[in-house]
Design a protein around this ligand. Structure first.
Ligand code: ZN
Length: 296
C-alpha cells in the first residue's frame, strides 16, 4: 500500500501537472468508487472547477478545487494516479502518451478518468479496486469523519521527539509495530517503512513500547524521519504496484534491508543473522532475530 513517501511523490507530481487545469468531464467504471455521493452528484460538483492545489494528509491525497470542494483519493492497496492522455477503445482506455503509461501493465487498470478542458487527463489505475474517491467541503475538513481522527504528521516540525514518545507510549497493550501502523497515533507509516525503521533501529517489532529504552526510542524517532525522507528522495517504493504520476517506478525497494528479505543474510554490519518473517497484528513482519532486541 502506498505510504507517506509514495503519497507525497504523487502529490508533488499533481502540483506539477494538474494545478490550474479546469475539469471538463469525469468517468468511473463502477459507482462504488465514489464514496460520499452518487456519481452524478460528484460530476456536478467537479465539472467546471479549477484545481488550485494538491496536498497530503496521512495516506490521503487531497485535491482542492476553486469552488470550495476538495476531492479525496485514497490509493489503498494497488491504486495510483496517472497524468497523461488516453483514448477510449472498445470500453478500454489506451494511453496515447508514449512510455510507461502505455507499456507498464500496472498502469492499465483504469477505474476513473478526469478529463481537463485542454484534453489532458488524470486517471486512477487500480488492479484490486480497493481505492476510494470522496469529496467534501474544504472548510469542513476538521469535521471529516476519517481525516479528523488521524494522528500527527511525522515529518512536521511540530512533531518533536517528545511528541513522538507521547504517541508511542500512550496507553496500549500492543506491540511497537502495531503502534507505528496505527494511523490515529502517527500518520502515514505502513508495513514497509515500519519494518525498515525497526530494523535500522535494532528493535524487535513485537517489543512492548513501554519497555523500549529511552535511547532506543530516540533512535527510532530519528530513523523514522530519515527513512520517510529517503523514501521521498527515491521517488517512493515500487516493490508492488506503486507508480508515480507519470507511470514510472520509484526505487526505494532497492534500499530494503528487511522487508521481503525473508531467509536472506542480515545486512547489518557485523550481525551475521538472517531475516525472518512472522505475522504481527495481522501483518507480515520482516526482521532479524539477532540484532533487533525484543523488549518486553
Ligand atoms: Zn541482524
Amino acid at each position: 500500500m502506498p505510504e507517506l513517501p509514495e503519497v507525497t511523490t504523487t502529490v508533488n507530481g499533481l502540483n506539477k501537472t494538474v494545478v490550474g487545469r479546469i475539469i471538463s468531464d469525469v468517468w468511473a467504471d463502477w459507482a462504488r468508487l465514489i464514496r460520499d455521493c452518487s456519481m452524478d452528484k460528484f460530476r456536478l460538483r467537479v465539472v467546471g472547477a479549477k484545481i488550485t492545489n494538491a496536498r497530503r494528509r496521512a495516506k490521503n491525497i487531497l485535491i482542492d478545487l476553486d469552488n470550495g470542494d476538495t476531492i479525496l483519493v485514497h490509493m489503498k492497496m494497488t491504486g495510483h494516479l496517472l497524468f497523461g492522455r488516453w483514448r477510449s477503445c472498445d470500453g478500454k482506455w489506451i494511453a496515447t502518451t508514449e512510455g510507461s503509461l502505455r507499456n507498464d501493465p500496472y498502469n492499465g487498470h483504469i477505474r476513473m478518468m478526469i478529463t481537463f478542458e485542454d484534453g489532458a487527463q488524470l486517471a486512477l489505475s487500480d488492479l484490486r479496486r480497493f481505492a476510494k474517491v470522496g469529496i467534501f467541503r474544504t472548510d469542513a475538513e476538521h469535521n471529516h469523519a476519517e481525516l479528523s481522527k488521524l494522528g500527527p504528521e511525522p515529518l512536521e516540525p511540530a512533531f518533536t521527539l517528545l511528541a513522538f514518545k507521547e504517541c508511542i507510549v500512550k496507553k496500549t497493550s500492543r506491540s511497537i509495530k502495531q503502534v507505528l501502523l496505527d494511523q490515529t497515533r502517527i500518520s502515514g507509516i505502513g508495513n514497509i517503512y515500519a519494518d525498515e525503521m525497526l530494523f535500522r533501529s535494532g528493535i524487535h517489532p513485537k517489543s512492548n513500547p513501554f519497555a523500549i529504552p529511552n535511547k532506543k526510542l530516540s533512535l527510532l524517532y530519528k530513523t523514522m524521519r530519515n527513512i520517510l525522507r529517503e523514501g521521498i528522495e527515491f521517488g517512493g517504493d515500487s516493490m508492488s504496484d506503486y507508480r508515480n504520476i507519470l507511470g514510472e517506478r520509484g526505487s526505494f525497494q532497492e534500499k530494503h534491508l528487511a522487508y521481503r528479505r525473508t531467509g536472506l543474510k542480515c545486512l547489518e554490519r557485523g550481525c551475521g543473522g538472517k531475516i525472518t518473517r512472522s505475522v504481527i497484528g495481522g501483518r507480515g513482519s520482516h526482521f532479524c532475530l539477532t540484532h533487533q532486541m525484543l523488549y518486553t
